[in-house]
Write a protein that binds this ligand. Structure first.
Ligand code: DSN
Length: 408
């Protein structure tokens, strides 16, 4: 047993389990997977090498891995209505890198959402491969509405003629107009690429539109609203299937992580059940309740609310930075993450914003009344940030709430 053979790792794992059980997990990109997903993940499948694809491997002994990967592919295709699916990318960034590698020669122009407006590192940040290897054109949100400025996107696309346009973000609380983006891509003959990592669970349950059937290529991680293991899937039109598969293996990766593939398959089955639709509906109801009550307490939300699983607080009127708020909330067992807000005057390591999300709390079974209570904890902690006694009481109340919605 690990407990006996490696007490250092065992002890840290137990402490992390305790933290996950007794804190309120509000990071929008995190979730709690089912014990069945963990059973597949923590299994002997980690022992196998399977370079290649089902039926075409470079190692013997893959007859059962082929069954598992084929099931994962078929489930992804059915759930997302995809013509082709590749379930091998190790995570979201490698998946996105494979898409660039498959479709756009290095040095060409690609358009993505500005990181400072909610985009992802791989959508063109200068410190990432995307910004280093490609000529990145950015679009962002309008300063007043804080919604994506599609007119500016069209104008820039006409002027710059990028080879690919990426839609998707890590801190955008609103729906995307996928149809409009596809029209812009078509007008300038750019590949339409949607990175739906954050909202995949909402797309498969049609709470948000699913772009997979008509976009050229779509990537998603599997561990956010989709509630699977850490991993990724690329889906594309049949005409790009060979290029995408070659870019993943042998282009960028070696052997797939077969234990992850099995866990993805398990999560995809769970996501096809009617209960998953109820779950994703509740994620959004919870986010909207949290948003409304925080606004009632005087918090300013970027774009004035949310359509999805996340909210972005602008803390400037609360006289606290994102980093200070994150540390403060950590001290009362509420886990969040600091984030820049559009047009932020502060730097990313101590920005003006705080990003909150409801997928993990919703997995615990929490509903609107708990969201109201949690908004109250956040408000009280920020208002009484220097009062140790009040913070101690909030932490106790948080732990009692967690106790009533136990995981694992
Ligand atoms: N790091 C992820 C997030 O937290 O949103 C995006 O990849």
């Amino acid at each position: 047993m690990l407990k006996d053979s490696d007490s250092e790792i065992y002890s840290a794992m137990q402490k992390e389990l305790h933290r996950q059980k007794y804190s309120l997990e509000l990071i929008p990109s995190e979730n709690y997977v089912s014990t069945e997903v963990m059973e597949a993940m923590g299994s002997w499948l980690t022992n196998k090498y399977s370079e290649g694809y089902p039926g075409k491997r470079y190692y013997g002994g893959n007859e059962f891995i082929d069954i598992i990967e084929t099931i994962a592919i078929e489930r992804a295709k059915k759930l997302f209505k995809a013509e082709h699916a590749n379930v091998q990318p190790y995570s979201g960034s490698p998946a996105n890198q494979a898409i660039y590698a498959a479709l756009v020669p290095i040095g060409e122009k690609v358009m993505g959402m500005d990181l400072a407006h909610g985009g992802h590192l791989t959508h063109g940040s200068p410190v990432n491969f995307s910004g280093k290897w490609y000529k990145m054109i950015t679009y962002g949100v309008d300063k007043e509405t804080e919604l994506i400025d599609y007119d500016l996107m069209l104008k820039k696309a006409r002027e710059e003629k990028p080879k690919m346009i990426i839609v998707g973000a890590t801190a955008y609380p609103r729906k995307y107009d996928f149809r409009r983006i596809k029209e812009i891509c078509d007008e300038v003959s750019a590949y339409a690429f949607a990175d739906i990592a954050h909202i995949a669970g909402l797309c498969v349950t049609e709470i948000h539109e699913n772009p997979v059937p008509y976009f050229d290529v779509v990537s998603t991680t599997t561990h956010k609203t989709l509630r699977g293991p850490r991993g990724a899937i690329i889906m594309c039109k049949t005409q790009y299937a060979q290029a995408i598969d070659k870019a993943v293996f042998p282009g960028l990766q070696g052997g797939p992580h077969d234990h992850t593939t099995a866990a993805i398959a398990v999560a995809l089955k769970e996501a096809s059940l009617p209960s998953f639709k109820e779950y994703t509906k509740q994620i959004v109801k919870n986010a909207q309740t949290l948003a409304q009550v925080l606004m009632d307490y005087g918090f300013r939300l970027v774009s004035g609310g949310t359509d999805n699983h996340l909210l972005l607080l602008d803390l400037q009127n609360k006289n606290i930075t994102g980093k200070e708020a994150q540390v403060l909330l950590d001290s009362v067992s509420i886990t969040t993450n600091m984030n820049t807000i559009p047009y932020d005057l502060r730097k990313p390591f101590n920005p003006s914003g705080l990003r909150l999300g409801t997928p993990a709390l919703t997995s615990r079974g929490m509903k609107e009344s708990e969201m109201k209570e949690i908004a109250g904890f956040i408000h009280k902690a920020i208002e009484n940030r220097n009062d140790e006694e009040i913070k101690r009481k909030i932490k106790e109340e948080v732990e009692t709430l967690c106790q009533n919605f136990m995981i694992y």
